[in-house]
Design a protein. Structure first.
Length: 399
């Protein structure tokens, strides 16, 4: 029954009840009969109950409509254009394939993870459906474009050449969360290498990820538990340690600021290799050059000195093949250069001794021989100190 008709019936019943009561009172007065107050009729009581039910039904419908609108607004209203979407990023270094210090690059196996949530990608999961849906990047990008959304595309800034993709997986969860998991092999540039302390140097390596969309759309933050270096990296020459993640921003070609994520890790060399292969042989060469002063045959001294000098040249070429053509000296360069200088000086002293011997100036020859024997090691240490000062002073002054 319509709401207006129901109200009219209720009013009619009430009026009828009042008229009946008045008639009964008048009749009773005429006959001097006391009549009790009349009780409401059944029709008026039914009308009152019907009116109450109508109002209650209208209240329930209004409440349901309000809750439905609120739920719809929560799941369909897009994020504010003034608030960028937070994208969690993580990189784990699984293996170091090679570190090419001459090319200033390294090749590594890594795991890249990316997560973000967009309520507009939410869906209702069927009871027999898996907890997530798997897609390819191409399929997901197409779906996002159809919905007018943007994929948080990234690029590895210091990657060289193509990558070898081992595994790629994209999952979408019912709440709109998107998870990208990628395992690949790639070569990365390492332009921050500094070889001044070689072979006792500690180097910084980076893997940098840049967002192609500006920070007004996507902002990076570290993904907890997804950044670091593995336990078995497979690199024998270097010892990796102290990894960390950094978030900053750079100004792109579009003039806007873009988020950048960096995995930073440090590495130092196994020093024992260089001690056994370089330091000990060089010290033996220096000892041989010094022991020759005990010989009285100056010609033999010159021959040994020339042989030692040629051996040092071979050492220099061997070490130079491992490093790029640097514009500064390294620690090992100072070591070899000092050895070159002292060996050349020894050859020069022995030649002069031979000349004085032929001239009959044996007293002068003995005096110079004694000075050279005592001053050999102090002269070498002094030359080594000057060489190190020339190496490290520009670096310290530059800071």
């Amino acid at each position: 029954m319509p709401f207006g008709s129901l109200c009219a019936c209720a009013r009619a019943d009430t009026l009828e009840f009042k008229i009946s009561s008045v008639k009964m009172r008048v009749s009773a007065q005429d006959q001097n009969i006391q009549v009790p107050e009349a009780m409401p009729s059944r029709r008026s009581l039914a009308g009152f109950i019907s009116l109450t039910l109508v109002w209650f039904h209208a209240f329930v419908l209004t409440l349901q409509l309000t809750l439905s609108v609120a739920a719809s607004a929560e799941t369909t209203i897009p994020q504010s254009a003034n608030e960028p979407t937070v994208v969690q990023v993580g990189i784990e270094l699984n293996q170091i394939v090679d570190i090419d210090q001459k090319a200033e690059s390294f090749r590594a196996v890594y795991t890249f993870q990316l997560r973000y949530r967009d309520p507009r990608l939410a869906f209702e999961r069927a009871p027999d459906e898996p907890p997530y849906r798997k897609m390819t990047i191409a399929g997901l990008v197409t779906k996002l474009q159809e919905a007018g959304l943007i994929w948080p595309d990234t690029v590895l800034l210091n990657r060289q050449g193509l990558r070898g993709l081992n595994l790629e997986s994209i999952r979408i969860y019912p709440d709109g969360e998107v998870r990208l998991y990628e395992r690949a092999t790639a070569t990365f540039q390492a332009p921050d290498l500094d070889f001044r302390d070689f072979p006792f140097d500690t180097q910084n390596f980076h893997i940098r990820v840049l967002s192609l969309a500006p920070e007004s759309i996507f902002v990076f933050e570290p993904l907890p538990g997804a950044t670091g270096i593995g336990d078995q990296l497979g690199e024998q020459e270097w010892v990796l340690f102290d990894s960390s993640s950094q978030i900053d921003g750079i100004i792109g070609h579009d003039g806007e600021r873009h988020s950048r994520f960096s995995l930073v890790f440090q590495a130092h060399r196994h020093v024992l290799y260089y001690v056994v292969r370089i330091a000990i042989p060089m010290l033996i060469i220096l000892m041989v050059s010094w022991v020759t002063f005990r010989l009285k045959d100056y010609v033999k001294r010159v021959d040994i000195g020339i042989t030692t000098l040629l051996l040092l040249i071979a050492f220099s070429f061997t070490l130079g093949s491992d490093l790029p053509r640097l514009g500064y000296l390294t620690f090992i360069d100072a070591f070899i250069a000092s050895t070159f200088v002292i060996t050349g000086a020894v050859i020069g002293v022995n030649v002069q001794l031979r000349v004085w011997e032929l001239q009959g100036r044996k007293a002068d020859a003995q005096r110079l021989d004694r000075i050279a024997t005592l001053g050999y090691w102090p002269a070498y240490l002094l030359g080594m100190g000057i060489s190190l000062l020339l190496i490290w002073y520009p670096a310290v002054a530059g800071k």
